[in-house]
Design a protein around this ligand. Sequence first.
Ligand code: GPW
Length: 811
Amino acid sequence: MEQTMELTTDQFIRDFEQTFNEQQQTLLQNATPTELFLALAHTIRQYYTPMWLERNESLSARQEKIAYYFSIEFLPGRMLETNLLNLGILDTVKEGFTQLGLDFTAVKNAEHDMALGNGGLGRLAAAFMDSLATTGYAGFGNGLRYKYGLFKQRIVDGYQVELPDAWFGSLGNVWETRKDHDAVNVRFFGNVYMADAGEGKLKPVYSNAQVLRAVPYDVPQLGYKNGVVNNLRLWDVEIPEEYELNYPTIADRRRVEDITAVLYPDDSTEEGKKLRLMQEYFMTSAGLQTIVKSYLKMGLPLEKIYEKVSVHINDTHPAVAPAEFMRILIDDYGMEWDAAWNATTKVMSYTNHTILSEALEKWSTGLFSFVLPRVFQIIVEIDNRYMAQMGAQGADYARVENTRIVRNGQVHMAHLAIIGGHSVNGVAQIHTELLKEDTLRDFYALTPEKFNNKTNGIVQRRWTQIAAPVLSQTIDKWIGFEWRNDIHALRALNDVVDNPRAQNDFWEVKQLAKKRLADYIEETTGVHVSTDAIFDVQVKRLHAYKRQLLNVMHIIKLYWDIKDNPEGDFTPRVFIFGAKAAPGYHFAKSIIKVINELANLINNDPEIGDKLKVVFLENYRVSLAELIIPAANVSEQISLASKEASGTSNMKFMMTGAVTMATLDGANIEIRDEVGEENIVIFGMTKDEVYHHYETHDYNARYLYDTDPVLHRVINTFVDGTIPRCQSEGSEIFDALVTYNDEYFLLEDFQSYVAAQARVSALYRDRERWMHMSMMNIANSDKFTSDDTIRQYAEEIWHLSLPHAGRHRAA
Ligand code: GPW
């Protein structure tokens, strides 16, 4: 049921002016956007605080089951507009600002992105927080309060340079509340030995441990027009007062603060650093300790904690959770092993986000037992009992050996998460199938009932109502407002996809978004781009498997086409990239350099002119995505089939009317199923063809390079001096593609990609056909709402019920 705050513009203006005067002590007219932002945020805090208190009271009064989403990353981006939208007062506030003569856009842009995440995984966690509140489920986040979020990317001479992202800087995080009374201690290092506990029992005694204090900061998560406020709890580290003497120097204190100082900027590769393990354990232990404490306040038996608590492990980073939960139940609360194990496996569930083995966390037993001696003991015990139990069941020995937790001197975190929980899910259909048949096949053979799929989703409100307000108004015009509350109503657009006036409206909307982006491009890069050109966009982390290089190879091909035939009839394109590379990922950084130098070459060639432009936008992040995605005509989703677990930007592009250029990978397949084959452009190998190469070892990149003259010329362009100032990067790329046999099969997919791109050009010239495709994408995007994804998690994995049936405040 819809429930918005009742707030008139006049009332808002009074509230805002009062808060502003109390806080800033200057005149509104003199205030900077940042000062106005702070005052506005504090006004909003006053609005939601009573709802937040009431929510917490009613959840505990009714003893509702709560799911806790443990994630080392949360990537909400800016919160101001979402909070206003979800309170139902975005338009009122905008109107108030207009009446006050203030620029709302400047104020919203003053908010620093909350970038406590790298990319898709962190953004998904943030989306789930919004959707949990919006659907009304009691789902709380648990993570780390990094002082520095994902690095800020600058491009200098074509190279990526990383700068620290001091996101809450001197202003603090305006949305958070410190909860001192919920602080707990977390122990690292030291020794553990077993001592007599009487009655023939043993209990662990810790000595010489380092004891640190975990202090939570809570960030409210507002539901869309339903009065629900859930909680995202982020932990910070401090030195407990009673141990201060152990840290006499500033350097000593710094080493402690390091634990929550910075988000690891690596995406999909495992680093195996001690500090990272400490981060993981710190947030997991602190979260679980407070969860148990708040459960016990209800006066219910601890053995039944699974009836009121679910803990979700978002990828392997919090996968120490089952062992830590066992430690708390047994050591801190005296539970017996079997009862504790029964509770633990019913509480825990796990999502896998990749099949790339280099991203599956493993820790050396040496490091692990040094940092977490007691947890390590428990893991060894879990592992032994697992072996014994499987042996007793007569399970295939090789399978059991492949799935055990401690093996060859390593602790396999994914294995702990699977054995210690009741559910493991992938994030798109094809990905879950691959987990079953490949990555986790032995687990699937042993415990098939644990496996399920949950295809990712996106917060449609952010990508339409916030990022694409004019598109949203146009949708209103054609099908009414219902879709804003029920995204499935968007399907009504299917009736107008061939209506010439509707097509014209949606064309104009896209042109406006392109103009907005073109202005930004000109401002930030100095490059002028024409909105008559196709805006062809690839924005995502820079990874070899995502194949930004394939896109580059196609651009080089077009460059030679134009140079060979400058008078030819050519459909103009602007290629837009946005991508951060992990600081230690040399190859990815070389690709960034080459894109920038190729852009220089092409953009400054008068013979090329407006036919072809290449733009690399620095510092890609959520707020920049909000500007770029609605302006795209073509969405590049070209990962090697089988490698992209799901993708989520593909869904955002679809929802705002871009046509997807796709391999049959991740959620692209489900997008095709929704829009139909004619409304997406598919190319490249299937996952079976890819796996065939793996099985037969028959792939021969050099042969393709030698026998395909177009490919030959394109690849030579990396090394023959055509693209200036990137000699070493160019030869690195040449070697990866030819000498080292092209790990991600770009050469094999090249011709199919080029042909698909030619199809796109032809389709774009037929405006009716193109608008049909574009609008079919918008009209059929409702499947990818994270509201529905989270409903499936809540019902099928966490077994939650809806606490308030949509009428939270009326109860
Ligand atoms: F390697 N993803 C990510 F699986 O953004 F852990 N960072 C990561 O570290 C990993 C995965 C990990 C992404 C996937 O690459 C993407 O396909 C997926 O859509 C997204 O997670 C959300 O599930």
